[in-house]
Design a protein around this ligand. Structure first.
Ligand code: NAP
Length: 334
């Protein structure tokens, strides 16, 4: 059987995922697309033999659509995810699940009331081979109890529209999810340090930022977010345990020896750094839809990330240690 997928939002990542679902993922076909810009939707649709639909809501109700991918702008996510749950359709939503913790909770409540897991959130690092190897090493006890994690998320540059809270909501949201997933613990408090800013930034932006998380089990995590590092897209993570450490490998690039030097290229964009992770993420999601059981990052994970993100932005503004006001996890998401 082939899953007929409808995609809402044909901007940058929407077009990437449409290409991925068409060329790389087995068992899926993109049959419908929609976008605020209907001409853009028509153009993208014609490239993959799909049809353009006037609105996201019409797409969700389209009987040809088995499952929905939401890649529109963040503020539109909640209404489309809620509509997909209402229609009883599987929905893959790019991060964030919603832009407020309250809207995430509405989704959690709607899905719980529906009684079946329909929602998956696009935290693709859980599908990256390096992160998966790290998760196995931690779970198998190879490094003993994890005590510390050191993470860095560096981008070469960001546009002028990027502001200081986006360092959390757009950027560190990935670290927030991977920390929770790798350690299998919640983040209970956060503080943000602001070192001397780089001169190579727009004046309104606090860059870099160092986020300090404490988990419910007492592990400490530092996350450097540096979005004007100039040199490349560089994601680093090391977990320190009682008996050893485990770190992400360098993403595979050819190693050159010339002019008396050994050199290796660096990724410049998340699209290439996490290309394999995105492919695996969608292949497993389609497999889950076909099996009737999606097992990826859940609506609860989307809610937790929003709540931790909110506390992180408060901590940036106050300079204080801020407790994360996380609800108790319902048995539905155990
Ligand atoms: P983008 O290029 O701006 O694309 C968003 C598209 O959605 C635009 O074409 C926009 O149209 C359209 N849109 C806006 N409101 C809509 C609505 N109500 N219904 C249908 N379409 C609507 O943004 P992007 O970079 O692709 O990001 C999209 C989402 O993916 C964001 O939530 C972002 O955080 C997430 N993302 C995730 C990752 C990751 O690493 N997992 C990476 C990049 C992006 P207009 O331009 O006309 O507004």
């Amino acid at each position: 059987m082939t899953v007929q997928v409808g995609v809402i939002g044909t901007g940058m990542i929407g077009q990437e995922h449409i290409r991925r679902l068409t060329d790389s993922v087995a068992g899926a076909e993109v049959c419908a697309v929609s976008d605020m810009d209907i001409e853009r939707a028509k153009e993208v649709a014609s490239g993959v033999n799909a049809h353009a639909v006037d609105s996201g809501h019409d797409l969700i109700c389209d009987p040809q659509v088995d499952a929905v991918v939401v890649t529109s702008s963040g503020p539109t996510h909640a209404e489309y995810v809620l509509a997909a749950i209402h229609a009883g359709k599987y929905v893959f939503c790019e991060k964030p699940l919603a832009t407020t913790a309250e809207d995430c909770l509405r989704i959690v409540e709607a899905e719980s009331a529906h009684g079946r897991h329909l929602v998956q959130v696009g935290f693709m690092r859980r599908y990256d081979p390096g992160y998966r190897a790290m998760k196995r090493a931690i779970d198998d006890g190879h490094i003993g109890t994890p005590l510390l994690m050191h993470c860095a998320h560096r981008n070469p540059t960001v546009p002028e529209t990027y502001h200081s809270a986006m360092a959390t909501h757009d950027t560190a949201i990935h670290e927030i999810d991977t920390v929770r997933w790798l350690l299998d613990e919640e983040i209970r408090s956060v503080q943000v340090l602001t070192p001397r800013p780089t001169a190579l930034r727009f004046d309104h932006l606090t860059d870099p930022q160092v986020m300090l998380f404490e988990t419910t089990g007492g592990a400490r995590v530092d996350v450097e977010v540096f979005v004007n590092c100039q040199y490349g897209y560089d994601i680093r993570c090391e977990t320190v345990g009682e008996r050893g450490t485990v770190a992400l490998p360098e993403p595979s690039q050819a190693v050159m020896r010339s002019h008396g030097q050994v050199r290796m290229g660096l990724h410049q964009h998340w699209k290439t750094r996490f290309a394999e992770a995105f492919d695996v993420e969608f292949q497993e999601w389609i497999g889950g839809v076909l099996d009737g059981e999606v097992t990826g990052p859940s609506a609860w994970d989307g809610y937790a990330a929003a709540e931790i993100g909110g506390a992180t932005v408060s901590a940036l503004h106050t300079g204080e240690v801020v407790d994360v006001p996380l609800n108790d996890r319902p048995p539905f998401y155990a």
